[in-house]
Design a protein around this ligand. Structure first.
Ligand SMILES: Nc1nc2c(ncn2[C@@H]2O[C@H](COP(=O)(O)OP(=O)(O)OP(=O)(O)O)[C@@H](O)[C@H]2O)c(=O)[nH]1
Ligand SMILES: [Mg+2]
Length: 397
């Protein structure tokens, strides 16, 4: 089974208590305060792992708790930092909070987000000593860690995705062009879960990923058949490959059926560029007629997955139709940037990135301070962390 959704509960560790302690040494009757601080609680972190295929690991275990920080002790000993719990998720996982707000989009290998921040540690009594209060008889307790219920949603990352009615030959085509071996059979709904295939350029210079998604039928967007469960996996494909069984003469009608479902699903799928692949031409004596005037249709191919006719040409063209994605911005001075927060669509004017020194704001500085504060909090920033804004470094207040 393929699991593209999971609901998990994360609980960060509690901060350790500060110590209430006075120095005790031989021949020193009244030592001063020397209670150390507690250690901060451990975070729960989600990290995108390119080796994971889906979210099925979260079927067995859904609750995760990071370790508490250790208590401070005398002689100014700090408590140990609570160990972080790191949960691996497949690349392409989006994280939503209970209100359905997107917290993070872990769309690149290694991308991380702090899903629950560890509690702040309590300070030891030494910290409260002043010239007038030389023997503070108190220390702080640590604060509880954050807790959250999160919805994880995997949206596959592919350059192109195969769409079409059941039995059109989508899986047959993926088998022809890629390393994937999806099941092929003469009955509808053979493919029950999305499959990703890697396609090598004929000259070996590039690779593309193509997703095979279960067949769509009329009503798919409302839950008929299997399709709508998987329409989300089309969202990130730059090109839709519309496979049509051309044995019958109603190709345009079949195209329209699928188009209605894409439009009903929304998310811009109905505006995506499409290549039409008229398959099963071996079953015809004449070439299939297809004259649909639609600006989204960038190319029309005639192929037979049975004989292989037209498949090489299709494969070559696929590399022209899917230009290389812009390479990720080169890391300056070895810094690794991870997207950790992106405001909701509509307000996508800035992003908070995590660097190995702290955080960096990309894009327009938000005029609304609360918006910035919320973004920093969602990104896991704490008071005292550094954030770089337009080349200047600030301490977060
Ligand atoms: N004659 C002929 N048969 C084909 C061709 N391509 C696929 N088929 C057959 O069509 C049937 C369906 O092929 P699949 O690749 O499983 O179709 P699909 O679109 O993945 O179907 P679902 O997974 O059910 O959505 C199988 O019996 C294939 O062998 C072709 O070019 N010519
Ligand atoms: Mg299939």
């Amino acid at each position: 089974m393929f699991h593209d959704r999971a609901r998990i509960h994360v609980q960060a560790g509690r901060g350790g208590d500060g110590s209430l302690h006075f120095r005790r040494e031989k021949h020193v009757p009244k030592g001063g305060p020397d209670g150390g601080d507690g250690g901060p609680g451990g975070d729960v972190v989600l990290a995108a792992d390119p080796d994971l295929r889906d979210l099925s690991a979260f079927r067995a275990k859904r609750r995760f708790k990071a370790a508490s920080g250790g208590p401070g002790r005398g002689a100014l000993k700090h408590g140990a930092t609570g160990e972080t719990v790191e949960l691996s998720v497949p690349v392409g996982t989006q994280v939503f909070d209970e209100d359905g707000q997107l917290i993070a989009d872990l769309a690149t290998p290694g991308a991380r987000v702090v899903a629950a921040r560890g509690g702040i540690a309590g300070r030891g009594n030494k910290r409260f000593a002043t010239p007038t209060r030389r023997a503070p008889r108190f220390a702080e307790t640590g604060l509880p860690g954050e807790e959250a219920t999160l919805d994880l949603r995997l949206k596959l990352l592919a350059d192109a995705a195969l769409v079409g009615l059941p039995n059109a030959g989508k899986s047959s085509l993926l088998t022809r062009i890629s390393n994937a071996k999806p099941k092929v059979a003469e009955y509808p709904f053979t493919t029950l879960a999305p499959v990703l295939g890697t396609v090598d350029a004929p000259d070996g210079s590039r690779q593309l990923t193509v997703a095979d998604v279960p067949g769509l039928i009329e009503g798919a967007s409302e839950g008929v058949g299997l399709g709508h469960e998987f329409l989300a996996h089309l969202e990130r494909a730059n090109l839709l490959l519309h496979v049509i069984d051309s044995a019958e003469d109603d190709a345009a009608e079949r195209l329209a059926t699928i188009d209605r479902e894409l439009a009903a699903y929304g998310a811009g799928l109905e505006r995506r560029p499409q290549a039409v692949v008229l398959n099963k031409i071996d079953l015809r004596t004449d070439p299939p007629a297809f004259d649909v005037d639609d600006e989204r249709i960038v190319r029309v191919f005639h192929v037979s997955c049975a004989t292989g006719a037209g498949v090489d040409e299709f494969k070559r063209a696929l590399f022209e139709l899917c230009p290389p994605r812009a390479p990720a911005a080169p890391a300056e001075d070895g810094l690794v940037d991870f997207l950790v927060y992106r405001p909701r669509p509509g307000g996508r004017r800035f992003r908070i990135l995590r660097t190995d020194r702290g955080f960096r704001l990309h894009g327009d500085v938000p005029a609304d301070e609360d918006e910035l504060a919320a973004a920093l909090e969602a990104a896991g920033a704490r008071k005292g962390d550094e954030i770089e804004v337009e080349g200047e470094v600030f301490e977060i207040q």
